[in-house]
Design a protein around this ligand. Structure first.
Ligand SMILES: [Zn+2]
Length: 421
């Protein structure tokens, strides 16, 4: 047993052991370019699952598997009646995935447990480390499948029937690799949930910060817009007599970007697809279709962005006489992580003295579904050039260690230490 710091706040994880575990897991499905291809419910996923659970058993943890193959690894607390303080992520990858996406969140949790074991530290509530089935959604749709079933976002039957390109179902593949458990998804108490993850974006690296304290995930609204005017010859038609759909559409496109800039730094406005009819150099455009992707930290914020654009559309329609349609095609709610968990992450970060900033998640994570059931929070660390879902995905060992130390202290704050020996 390692010597335990007399003051609990001096406790640190074993950075080298965490790094070695990450590199060992990355061997399973390793690609030539230094990445990982370990698709959900394949033989390689089974090998990854077997390795992680064997490490958990060595650390004295008890394993439970639910009917969608989510795995919960438990280190008992002194009070079995308290719901566990949980962390986790996923170990499936994209076909051209990296070593850190998901795997870091799971192995950081395991390292927290190993660290507590090293120092003989008992907690009041149990500590659990989860890995959720098919987070990536690459082989089977929908994404975040295990945590989605767990949170009741869609049914177990719906997930079971999902097929890969060869026609194999999730249920068959779960049975084949031996990871179809008996516990009903969602019937597993969680006192609080934390997830460490590489940022998968450029914000932390750009700001030179070590820790992103994640406040939540962005609400998303997708619209299809159509502006209808009248095609006419570009030469004989004088400017005041035109009904130029593109000139009106570009004003709306500018507004999409402007309304996000007005709400910096956590709003996003993107026009990614444009179709101009008839798309001819000497014809005044008669019809323009384009997409709008609006995002904001709150649903009220993203709805206000949509309202702002809608009222501009109405005034443009009135002043030009052109027809403007704006149809909502998809909507995803914003998730605010729980104040208690966000402040637990912030407190741990400050106590440890890491540089930090508040960030929002633009991508989906298991923690976003966990947040429907329990107070949840996330810890981001920088990744090189903000790149992930790519074999060149990379993160610095010192950042990997920092995020895990934050996780350790955030979890200990919630699980309550009983007896540092
Ligand atoms: Zn991930």
């Amino acid at each position: 047993m390692n010597s335990t710091p007399t003051v609990l706040r001096d406790l640190r994880i074993d950075a080298q052991r965490l790094w070695q575990s990450l590199m060992a897991l990355a061997q399973i499905g390793a690609t030539e370019k230094g990445g990982v291809c370990r698709l959900a419910l394949t033989d390689l996923d089974k090998q990854g699952r077997d390795l992680v659970t064997s490490w958990a058993r060595e650390a004295g943890m008890k394993i439970t598997v639910d009917q969608i193959g989510n795995v919960f690894m438990r280190r008992e607390g002194r009070n079995p009646d308290l719901p566990p303080i949980m962390t986790g992520s996923h170990i499936d990858t994209q076909p051209t995935g990296g070593k850190f996406d998901g795997n870091y969140g799971v192995l950081a949790g395991l390292e927290v447990v190993r660290c507590l074991n090293d120092h003989g530290i008992e907690t009041e509530a149990a500590i659990e480390v989860a890995f959720w089935t098919n987070e990536e959604g690459s082989r089977f749709v929908p994404v975040m499948m295990g945590s989605g079933v767990f949170a009741g976002a869609f049914s177990l039957e719906h997930a079971y029937q999902a097929r890969d390109q060869e026609g194999k179902t999730v249920r068959e593949e779960l049975e084949r690799i031996g990871y179809i458990g008996s516990e009903v998804p969602g019937q597993h108490p969680i006192g609080a949930y934390f997830e460490t993850h590489i940022e998968q974006g450029p914000v932390l690296e750009d700001a030179g910060k070590t820790i992103g304290v994640v406040s939540g995930s962005l609400g998303i609204r997708w619209f299809d817009c159509t502006v209808t005017g009248m095609e006419a010859h570009a030469g004989p038609t004088p400017m005041p007599l035109r009904r130029d759909a593109l000139q009106v559409a570009t004003q709306l496109m500018q507004a999409v970007v402007a309304c996000a800039q007005q709400r910096a730094p956590h709003a996003r406005g993107t026009v990614g697809m444009v179709q101009v009819h008839p798309n001819s150099r000497n014809v005044i455009p008669g019809r323009v279709k384009f997409s709008m992707d609006l995002r904001h930290t709150t649903d009220a914020g993203v709805d206000a962005m949509a309202d702002q654009i809608r009222s501009l559309a109405q005034s443009l329609q009135a002043s030009t006489g052109l027809t403007i349609e704006m149809n909502l095609v998809s909507s995803y709610p914003a998730t605010a992580f729980h104040d208690e968990c966000v402040s637990a992450v912030m407190a741990a970060t400050e106590q440890l003295g890491y540089s930090h900033m508040s960030v929002v998640s633009g991508a989906g994570h298991d923690a976003i579904y966990a947040a429907r059931l329990a107070p949840s929070g996330m810890i981001f660390i920088p990744c090189k050039d903000g790149i992930s879902h790519n074999e060149i995905e990379d993160a610095k060992p010192e950042d990997i260690a920092a995020g895990c130390n934050v996780l350790l202290h955030a979890m200990l704050g919630k699980a309550k230490v009983v007896r540092p020996s």
